[in-house]
Design a protein around this ligand. Structure first.
Ligand code: APR
Length: 253
């Protein structure tokens, strides 16, 4: 659905007038960069519901075969070749043209930073695929170095410091979020006067819980998504359409 002019202008004025905007992004902002989402029509979990059940920390730590497959998947993951799209760039424009306080992303692809977003504004609440962490000693290293070890034949490379299990620095189901990230995101949601949710089914907590926090604080809630979400009924505006087309319209308004 293309934005009708007055709706676009209304929302563009809300963004211009807001004093503290929080943006919450999900996988939908990166699909046009070639990274599949999870619950959309072509989503990873949509296509393979069983995969969601095994995407847990318990399976990864407990089963070497799950880790071996995970390292093979990482070798060919789309993150290494994907580029930011107009949706990511629109949020960079929002940072330059309006009062974007914090960008909380559920995405692990680093495309907001690659688009030029100030990294100090970005909270990667589900971690990042660009680093590896040791599940035993917590050592963090660049993903590329460990992928080189996998390419050289180590199919489940252990930590070089303590021989512990290595994993992408992402948050899997069953894994706690980084407390500082969660506290910072929730504080931002409580203090904002507009929360812009982009490309998320808003199905996973605590990220989705930022919306009611913002709403209770009196913030305007704007949802941009290709499909309905459970929070649409409480939003002040819902814009249905391709993010890379819609977001530049309301930001550049
Ligand atoms: N334009 C508009 N909307 C889009 C586009 C697009 N180009 N592409 C996808 N979408 C929408 C989909 O319709 C879907 O509603 O984006 C939404 C993405 O929702 P999810 O796939 O559920 O992704 P997300 O909300 O980020 O998932 C949250 O779940 O599996 C975990 O850790 C994973 O961070 C992820 C979390």
């Amino acid at each position: 659905m293309v934005l009708v002019e007055d709706q676009r202008e209304t929302i563009a004025s809300w963004l211009r007038d807001a004093d503290r905007i929080v943006a919450l992004t999900g996988a939908g902002i990166s699909t046009e960069s070639g990274i599949p989402d999870f619950r959309g029509p072509e989503g990873v979990w949509t296509k393979n519901p069983a995969a969601e059940k095994t995407a847990t920390l318990q399976h990864y730590v407990g089963d070497p075969e799950v880790r071996r497959q995970a390292w093979q998947n990482r070798l060919v993951a789309p993150y290494w070749t994907s580029e930011p799209n107009a949706g990511h760039r629109a949020l960079v424009d929002l940072e330059h043209e309006a009062c974007l306080d914090t960008l909380v992303t559920q995405n692990i692809d680093g495309l907001h930073q690659a688009a030029g977003q100030d990294p100090a504004l970005v909270v990667e609440i589900h971690g990042t695929m660009h680093e590896v962490t040791c599940m035993a000693c917590g050592d963090r290293t660049p993903m590329e170095a460990t992928l080189d070890r996998v390419r050289a034949g180590e199919d489940d490379p252990p930590c070089l410091l303590c021989r512990g299990i290595l994993k992408s620095a992402t948050i899997s189901f069953g894994q706690n979020l980084v407390v500082d990230d969660l506290v910072r995101s929730e504080r931002a949601a409580r203090d904002c006067d507009l929360l812009l949710a982009v490309g998320s089914s808003l199905a996973v907590y605590p990220a989705a819980g930022l919306l009611p926090l913002a709403a209770r604080a009196g913030a305007e809630i704007v949802i941009v998504n290709g499909e309905p979400t459970g929070f649409d009924p409480v939003a002040d505006a819902v814009i249905r359409g391709p993010i890379s087309e819609v977001l530049p319209h309301i930001v550049g308004g």
